[in-house]
Design a protein around this ligand. Structure first.
Ligand code: UT7
Length: 328
């Protein structure tokens, strides 16, 4: 008899170095007031030069393993969602497998930008439900500071570094479980949010190296509109699939990109603001890590209690979107 998939433990890690809005106003033409009013972000964490996405991921993973009482050697699956892999190949997950000593685990990365952690959750859930693995580790990890154009005020104020992780396994009777998931992609909008260079379409060359092509570019207003609609629809989809109503949701954990987007989604879902988790003032937008870090903080701060329902919903480059309804 299967009871679905439970989240057995969570963990997160952010680098020590804090960069405030005032710090950024010394390198680009911006102000704390503009950044706080337009985004809600007050500061972000920036990884050390010798700290890579796999290092951030490993720290978050160790905490999730500890909380879930899981030994690394018992892991059978590691999925890392990242757009800032340590190397283009091998996968960041391969480095993390070795760092943890999780030698039995099949390990691979997925690229679904800010929606990646929830994509990873869906893939791992399906693999566990299908019976091919038992203990799975999913991680969202990003060192966005290395793909940020630090001369562009329209983007450099938005992003930060960090990692979050969760251990998934088959639920025992009476344990919380993942009730429903939804993932989607619209590849017609690749140009509104991307890293144009550094890949096979536009490799970095001695001629273009000074054009900052391997950094994030975004049409902010267009992305904003799409984010609100897609996240509203995806959240509603999982609420419906789980046979819940908005009143049944104790906590919404949205992607942490912009407080105005978060407020718009809460409004459209008819969920009061005190049931929406926000930590972007501390970390900015950490892409695939954002929801994973938020999930861990909400868990460790006791914001989700056993038996309560939560909805996670994300949106990112691709365009990608994803949501999950979870009974805790
Ligand atoms: O993680 C994936 C999902 N990402 C998102 O969801 C992000 C979605 N987009 C956004 O969050 C917002 O569009 C931004 C925060 C990126 C921008 O906010 P906005 O209200 O859409 O501002 P805007 O781009 O329309 O810019 C308004 C003004 C412009 O000046 P003018 O043309 O009105 O004179 C910008 O040049 O603000 C200016 N501006 C800045 N001023 C001070 C843009 N960036 C800055 C800045 N400091 N950092």
């Amino acid at each position: 008899m299967t009871h679905g998939v439970t989240i057995a433990g969570t963990g997160s890690y952010v680098p020590e170095k804090i960069v405030t809005n005032d710090d950024l106003s010394k390198i680009v033409d911006t102000t704390d007031e503009w950044i706080v009013t337009r985004t809600g972000i007050k500061e972000r964490r920036i990884a050390a030069e010798n700290e890579s996405s796999s290092d951030l991921a490993t720290q978050a993973a160790l905490k999730a393993l500890e909380q879930s009482n899981t030994k690394a050697e018992d892991l059978e699956l590691i999925i890392i969602a990242t757009i800032t892999p340590d190397t283009l190949t091998p996968s960041t997950a391969a480095y993390v497998q070795t760092n943890l000593g999780a030698h039995k685990a099949v390990a691979f990365d997925i690229s679904a930008a800010c929606a990646g952690f929830v994509y990873a959750m869906k893939i791992a859930t399906n693999m566990i439900n299908g019976g091919s693995v038992k203990n799975a580790l999913i991680i969202g990890a990003e060192k966005l500071s290395c793909v940020t154009n630090w001369t562009d005020r329209t983007t450099c104020v938005l992003f930060g570094d960090g990692a979050g992780a969760a251990v998934l396994r088959p639920a025992e009777e009476g344990e919380g479980r993942i009730l429903a998931t939804d993932i989607g992609t619209d590849g017609t909008q690749t140009k509104i949010l991307n890293i144009p260079g550094g890949g096979s379409a536009c490799p970095t060359t001695p001629e273009n190296i000074h054009e900052n092509l391997a950094t994030l570019t975004m049409s902010g207003k267009e992305v904003f509109k799409q984010a609100v609609t897609r996240m509203r629809d995806s959240a509603n989809t999982v609420i419906e699939r789980a046979n819940l109503t908005p009143e049944d949701i104790s906590l919404v954990i949205p992607h942490q990109a912009n407080l105005r987007i978060i407020d718009a989604i809460a409004d459209r879902l008819a969920v009061p603001n005190d049931r929406v988790f926000v930590n972007l003032h501390k970390y900015g937008n950490t892409s695939a890590a954002a929801i994973a870090i938020a999930l861990d903080e909400a868990n460790r701060e006791g914001k989700i209690k056993k038996g309560e329902n939560l909805v996670m919903v994300a949106f990112g480059a691709g365009l990608t979107w994803a949501a999950a309804a979870i009974e805790w």
